[in-house]
Write a protein that binds this ligand. Structure first.
Ligand code: PLP
Length: 392
């Protein structure tokens, strides 16, 4: 498999363990698809009636079909391509909350959720989640829903702790209570199964450059319910003589020229994952994550922030610290030893507030299925060495 991936040029040695930030290795097939689009589809989709522009639009439609079937959407026309997952989340929160109301949101959200929530000026409740009991999490969401609640928001997977959230169960509560449900699938998409139809998800936002192994600079919005207002207006090839932009999917949320090469990359990323199987990828990633957990847990001065990452309860994201050290110092030491991990706050005030780590942040390890056990062993040894060095 590794033969299908390029190594990082210019690096003699690099263990990349920051796949929660972006997938460090893109499959050759993704790179080929992007190149193919640059060479053959440089016409503006939806902006012309000539054959090349129509071919470009058709190529995009085929990727809408792939995304729609991968995430269980009701139609390819429920799929919009956005500049990134953050834009997709903003479109939903600001569009849905434009007439006010209350929001219930988990205590593990990324700032891509919390900042737009804050900006709406709407009343919101931060719902306490549990690492060990999904029933408690689901019940807490149910308790937080009020008469005026319009939107419930939960991440599929926490980008700091790796906790997989019970989105299927929360989706059932939302359906029963008649409130809209937004899932931030930035960390979950392509990593754990998510099915919009089966899980009663109204809006799913995806960072395709992470789990879908495609290029940075494009994200996905799947909207099964109406978003009453647009957030970014402009040319979209539809009703060009009218000044008011319609908020119908997908074009209502695709103002401006789409990044067609990246979209082709998303299609190839989905094909790649589907061929290997999401379960197989997850299994391998979790074996490496468990190895990290078990070995780091043996070190006296290491702090781990979650219980053991049981399969199906956690995704391949692990946070740790070494007592009395700032996480960024630890990450810097690992970097000097050829290991790329992310220290700091991971753009999540909420998660670090929950973990009581707003002073030092955490070191986050996020392996991919392309990492080997040898790389994991080497990394653990470097942490051990650092730990000993601190004591000497
Ligand atoms: N939500 C979560 C949980 C994330 O981890 C991220 C990115 O790290 C985002 C949203 C935002 O994704 P993007 O930066 O691709 O817009």
């Amino acid at each position: 498999l590794t033969a299908l991936f390029r190594i990082f040029e210019g690096y003699d040695f690099l263990i990349y363990l920051d796949n929660a930030a972006t997938s460090g290795k893109k499959p050759e097939s993704v790179i080929k698809a992007v190149n193919y689009a640059l060479n053959n589809f440089s016409a503006n989709a939806g902006r012309g009636g000539y054959k090349l522009a129509v071919d470009a639009s058709n190529a995009i439609y085929r990727v809408r079909e792939k995304v729609s079937s991968f995430f269980g959407a009701s139609s390819p026309l429920k799929v919009a391509f956005c500049p990134n997952c953050t834009h997709a989340i903003n479109y939903v929160i600001k569009g849905v909350m434009s007439n006010g109301g209350h929001i219930a949101v988990s205590d593990l959200e990324h700032n891509a959720v919390m900042r737009p929530v804050y900006k709406t000026n709407c009343d919101y409740t931060v719902v306490e989640t549990s690492f060990t009991d999904d029933k408690i999490t689901t019940q807490n969401f149910e308790n937080a829903i009020r008469e005026d609640t319009r939107l419930v928001i939960c991440t599929a997977v926490s980008n700091v702790t790796g906790k997989i959230m019970p989105i299927r169960e929360i989706g059932e509560v939302c359906k029963r209570k008649g409130v809209l449900f937004l899932v931030d699938g930035a960390q979950g998409g392509g990593v754990v199964p998510i099915n919009v139809g089966k899980y009663n998800i109204d809006f799913l936002c995806i960072a395709s450059h992470k789990g879908l192994l495609s290029p940075m600079g494009t994200g996905i919005l799947i909207a099964e319910s109406d978003i009453p207002d647009t957030v970014i207006e402009g040319g979209n090839g539809i009703n060009s003589l009218e000044l008011k932009q319609d908020s119908e999917m997908p074009e209502g949320f695709e103002s401006g020229t789409l990044c067609l090469p990246n979209i082709m990359g998303i299609g190839a990323g989905i094909d790649f994952i589907s061929k290997i199987g999401i379960e197989e990828i997850y299994e391998k990633e979790m074996n490496i994550t468990s190895f990290f957990y078990e070995n780091l847990a043996e070190l006296k001065d290491v702090i781990l922030y979650t219980p053991y990452p049981e399969k199906l309860s956690f995704a391949p994201v692990l946070s740790f610290n070494i007592k009395e050290k700032h996480s960024e110092e630890i990450a810097e030491y690992l970097d000097k030893n050829g290991i790329a991990v992310r220290g700091g706050f991971h753009c999540s005030y909420s998660a670090h507030n929950k973990l009581n780590t707003t002073d030092v942040g955490t070191v986050r390890i996020s392996p991919s299925f392309l990492n080997s056990m040898n790389e994991a062993k080497y990394t653990v040894n470097v942490v051990k060495k650092y730990n000993l060095f601190l004591k000497s």
